[in-house]
Design a protein around this ligand. Structure first.
Ligand SMILES: Cc1cc2nc3c(=O)[nH]c(=O)nc-3n(C[C@H](O)[C@H](O)[C@H](O)COP(=O)(O)OP(=O)(O)OC[C@H]3O[C@@H](n4cnc5c(N)ncnc54)[C@H](O)[C@@H]3O)c2cc1C
Length: 92
């Protein structure tokens, strides 16, 4: 049975850890031993530091957003949904 890694949120932390895992576990993912999923309520990732530049007209608002799927390693499964709760009893 495959090990499922589910990452809550595809922001800076979630997307970096998903991509690092996808790179490090490339062989296991290819063999179907590991499945990595990212869940985010947004389909677009917002580059937060750009907010400062938008204020000073150095960045256009549309430049701040990138499609979440384009930021993730192709082997990572992206789920567009809102997380409502964590059932720790199910996880443990
Ligand atoms: C103006 C500004 C300037 C900054 N400048 C810098 C800088 O120069 N250098 C630096 O290192 N950092 C900077 N930061 C901070 C940096 O952007 C944050 O520390 C970083 O984005 C935090 O990453 P994170 O993954 O924890 O959260 P986020 O990047 O905010 O990601 C959280 C993700 O979780 C998702 N999410 C939330 N709730 C749910 C839910 N219930 N269900 C599903 N998905 C959900 C959100 O949609 C989001 O995609 C700046 C921040 C701001 C606002």
């Amino acid at each position: 049975m495959a090990t499922h890694v589910v990452i809550a949120g595809g922001g800076t932390a979630g997307s970096i850890i998903a991509n690092l895992l996808a790179r490090g576990l490339h062989r296991e993912i290819q063999n179907g031993e590991v499945i990595i999923k990212v869940i985010d309520k947004e389909e677009k990732h917002m580059y937060q530091p750009a907010l400062l530049y938008v204020v000073f007209d150095r960045f256009r608002e549309d430049e701040m957003f990138k499609d979440m799927r384009d930021l993730l390693n192709p082997s990572v499964i992206f789920i567009h949904d809102e997380i409502e709760e964590f059932d720790l009893m199910q996880i443990l």
